[in-house]
Design a protein around this ligand. Sequence first.
Ligand SMILES: [Zn+2]
Length: 276
Amino acid sequence: MNPNRQRSAMIHCGINGNHFKPMKTKLNYSELFVVLIAALLAVTGCKSSNQSCCMMPGCMAGTVAAAVQTKESQTAMTPQQALAELKAGNERFVAGKPLVRDLPEEVKATAAGQYPFAVVLSCLDSRQPIEIVLDQGVGDIFSARVAGNVLDDDILGSMEFACKVSGAKLIAVIGHSNCGAIKGAVDNVELGNLTGLLAKIKPAIDAVPAGVQPRTTKNDAFVQVVSEENVKLVMRQIRERSPILREMLDQGQIELVGGRYDLATGTIEFYDRAAK
Ligand SMILES: [Zn+2]
């Protein structure tokens, strides 16, 4: 471990019994700098009692997450601000600078109630862990995940609960590159209950312009366009099949966006409202 970081951690965690050591009365410049940084971290909220935070390599440079969502913070947030937060979170993730979180504390703080600002429908794919790639904490977003990010009545009902009952301000439908469910639909895979799931994607295949050839999974560009059409299809279905959400959208109480997660870069490209 870097000696300076170790010393900083000792000072930072000075009230922890394992780390407490008497401080010298005279400090050289480098030690004075460490003391100032430690004081700054304490002021910005990096908890001195949190040993794991103190000892994490990213602690010195990380920005500490704000408190968990409350009824007040959720109510004050607009749909546009909710989208901006998702974009900012993904940018933090891609930059390798996620907020410093005390997850056990977030668990305690949200135990009595939840006030998420968004509901996100994304794919089952293990490479798209949505809270992580959006850098969100406990109680920040509702998350529905199913292969191919398809819509059914249960997920639609969940979205109605999220927005109408719980006050979420944004619905985001996030597909991703190289999606196995999309490829399965293109290849007409039939397997148990998966057959019915993949059938929900077929209209997205039909929506791809005839000029996009060849229409096989060997053509990455075609698979990508099908994935984007599938997100737009789900966005349309949300409006068409839920009078509750359609009314909230029309009144500007919530917003609906689509997006594409890139498995290779971790970046989410959010689509505009053209598909609404
Ligand atoms: Zn997928």
